[in-house]
Structure formats: C-alpha cells, structure tokens
Design a protein around this ligand. Structure first.
Ligand SMILES: NC(=O)C1=CN([C@@H]2O[C@H](COP(=O)(O)OP(=O)(O)OC[C@H]3O[C@@H](n4cnc5c(N)ncnc54)[C@H](OP(=O)(O)O)[C@@H]3O)[C@@H](O)[C@H]2O)C=CC1
Ligand SMILES: CC(=O)N[C@@H](CCC(=O)OP(=O)(O)O)C(=O)O
Length: 346
C-alpha cells in the first residue's frame, strides 16, 4: 500500500484528491491536512464522505508527515510548498505539488507573475513538469513533480501536437478559455459569490493572468522557439469545467484529414485524451468528474486559421486526477489506476 498525505485536503483540489484516492486500491490516505479545521472530522466538512472517511484533519507538519508517507500531495496556495520543502523531506518521500511553485523554470518569471519571492529555487531544476502525456518518462524517475495548472493543462494539450509539428504560426496563437468557479478555490471571495457569478460571464486577468508564462514556456519547448501568446481566461457560472478555444494561423494549407492524423499520431494511444470526430466540438459536461481531455478542431480555409478546442474538468485532469496519474507513474502503477471515472451527466 502506498501511504499518501494530503496537505490542503480541505480545499477543492484536496477534497477531489481524497475522492479519487479513496477509490484507489493501492493507496491509503494517512494525513488529511488542514489549517482551519484541525481535529475536525473530514466528513463533517465534506459530507459526501460520511461513513466513507472517518479520519480527522491534522495540521500541516511536513517533516512529521515525510516520516510516515510515501508521497505527499500539496494542494495549497502558491508559495506554501516552496516554503516547507527540504532535502531532508525529499530524501524520505515524493512530493506532488498542485501549486505553481515548481512549474516555471525561470525563477524571475515566477516571482514577477506571482508577485512572491521563491523560497526554494534550488529545487526548481529537478522538478518535473507533470503533464503525463508529454513528460511520462521523466515523471517515472521524479521525486518532485510540479502538477500543471488547470487552464494550462487544457491549453497546452490542445495545441501541443500542432506546435510540435510546426503546423501553426506560434506567434499568432490566441488562447481563449473559460472556467467554472471551483477553479478559484473554496476560500470566500466577493467575486465568487452566487450573485456575482450567476447569469454572467466575464474575462479577467486580461494580458496579466499568471498561467500565461506557464503555457508559453511549455509550448516553447514543443515548438523549439520562444512563444508569446495571448491568454484570456473567463469565469462562467458553472461549478466545474474548462473549455479552451485556441486560434492560430496555419503556416501552410492543410486538410482536416492531415491535422486529424497528427493528433492521432500523438494522442491515439492515450488513455485520457479523446479525439472527437471531425466537426464535433468538446463540451465540459461530457468530461465532468472524469480525467478525460476532449479535443476537437476546425480549419477555417477562408482566414487560413485553425480553431483548436479542448475541454477538461479543472478539478480532475486539471488538478487531482492528473496528480494521481503522476503518482501512478512515479510508483510504477498502471497509469489509469483509480482514474477510470466515467463522466457525470446531468
Ligand atoms: N481549484 C482548481 O481548479 C485548481 C487548483 N490548483 C491549485 O491547487 C492549490 C489548491 O487550490 P484549491 O483547492 O482551489 O484552493 P482552496 O482555497 O480550495 O484550498 C486551499 C487549501 O490549502 C489549505 N491552506 C491554506 N493556507 C494554508 C497554509 N498556509 N498552510 C497549509 N495549508 C493551507 C487550506 O486549508 P483550510 O481550508 O483547512 O484552511 C485548504 O485546504 C492551489 O495552488 C491552486 O492554484 C491547481 C489546478 C486547479
Ligand atoms: C476560475 C479561477 O479563478 N481559476 C483560477 C485558476 C486556478 C488554478 O489552476 O491555479 P494554479 O494553476 O495557478 O494552481 C485563476 O484564474 O486563478
């Protein structure tokens, strides 16, 4: 049995980790970490776990937890993992960090976009960017995995094959993405109150959202050239889900069949990527509650552009599901263990 500790188990991403790991046959959760609910029963906070999880929440003692756990998930705010990680901890246990602390290789870029000083830049080099479909082999060897963000997972996977194959002009790429409100976490904020979000759609973080450099960095590796792009997130009145619609000019005319073949070559064998039939657009409702990424595209011969579309559940493939997929790789388990979650509908 793999012993897993979750720091931040009481947040939305942490609670989703509890849900997935509770159904994972090779994992025992040994630590339900919290700041605000110490000693309270986890199932009293999230009553969907009534008579399923009996444990109480514990404080966030990483050093003590490292003695007990084979893997620690940090589902905590930006800056937390970097402020507690140490060689002593990493020599005893593996860490999968759901925050952005180790995602961006250039510490100056991290500090500029996140507005905080990085407390452990010495571990940035060894951290593996945990996008399983792209970095599978490195993840298997990793002690520290930087689990990608929700917008970034969806945006990168949707464009990756065409960026890698040089089909699109990367300097024309625009990523327009929409997210449900669980993406903002459980903490109370006026902007996320029912009356503020319901019956409304708005863009936010226009030209300044912190996921921009993460998408740019990963697509730069794919394209083999520096990438600058526009990323515009939107908040929509739903609980879960991300839809990314991405526009780019084609470098030369290509057919739907040719593009379909490229996607097939990269993702045809991927358990969690579903390439939709030509002309079918991804919808968040068909991936909700699951680890799937649904991808579709359409060529606009009139403008010479391609429109690529991806949908995920932000809390599953965008956070906890991907974290468990990473854990499976790190422990040599089948990648889909605990993740055969059929999407929910309605
Ligand atoms: N929500 C999403 O869709 C996604 C989130 N992420 C990332 O995952 C992480 C968690 O996000 P999310 O679950 O949404 O956030 P929440 O605000 O819902 O949860 C935050 C969690 O962190 C705990 N916490 C807060 N401050 C501290 C601290 N100083 N020390 C220890 N624990 C602390 C909270 O504990 P308590 O409540 O007990 O006080 C809570 O369990 C973030 O880094 C986020 O960016 C990544 C991808 C998607
Ligand atoms: C709707 C909403 O507010 N979403 C969050 C993204 C959450 C997330 O994925 O956070 P990290 O990837 O940075 O860990 C936001 O825009 O800040």
């Amino acid at each position: 049995m793999i012993k897993a500790g979750i720091i931040g188990a009481t947040g939305y991403a942490g609670a989703e980790l509890v849900r997935i790991l509770t159904g994972h046959k090779d994992v025992q959760i040994v630590w339900y970490g919290s700041r605000s609910y110490i000693d309270q029963k986890f199932a009293d906070i999230y009553r969907n776990f009534f008579r399923i999880v009996d444990a109480r929440c514990l404080d966030d003692h990483m050093e003590e937890l490292a003695e007990e756990a084979d893997v620690i998930f940090t589902a905590t705010p930006q800056g937390y993992c970097a402020s507690v990680i140490s060689e002593a901890i990493l020599s005893k246990t593996k860490i999968i960090d759901l925050s952005a602390d180790f995602r961006i290789k250039d510490v100056d870029i991290y500090e500029k976009w996140y507005g905080i000083k990085h407390q452990s830049p010495q571990f940035i080099g060894e951290a593996v960017y945990g996008l399983c479909e792209i970095n599978r082999e490195e993840i298997r060897q990793a002690r520290l995995v930087a689990n990608p963000g929700c917008y970034t997972t969806c945006s990168i996977l949707t464009a990756y094959p065409l960026a890698k194959e040089g089909v699109i002009d990367m300097n024309t790429l625009i990523v327009d993405a929409k997210s449900g409100t669980s993406g903002a976490g459980r903490g109370a904020k006026v902007a996320n109150l029912f009356c503020e979000v319901n019956e409304n759609i708005k863009a936010y973080g226009v030209t300044t959202h912190r996921h921009t450099p993460e998408i740019e960095e990963q697509l730069s590796y794919a394209a083999g050239e520096p990438v600058l792009l526009n990323f515009t997130p939107h908040l929509v009145p739903m609980n879960r889900g991300i839809l990314a619609t991405e526009y780019a000019s084609l470098k030369k005319p290509v057919t739907m069949e040719e593009v379909g073949r490229i996607y097939q070559e990269y993702y045809g064998g991927e358990r969690f990527i579903r390439l939709l039939e030509p002309g079918t657009c991804p919808e968040t409702r068909w991936v909700e509650g699951s680890n799937y990424v649904d991808i579709g595209f359409q060529i606009d011969a009139r403008t010479g552009r391609i429109v690529m579309m991806g949908a995920i559940d932000n809390l599953v493939k965008g956070a906890a599901g991907q974290a468990v997929q990473n854990m499976n790789l790190m422990f040599g388990l089948p990648e889909n263990e605990g993740l055969d979650l059929v999407p929910l509908f309605p």
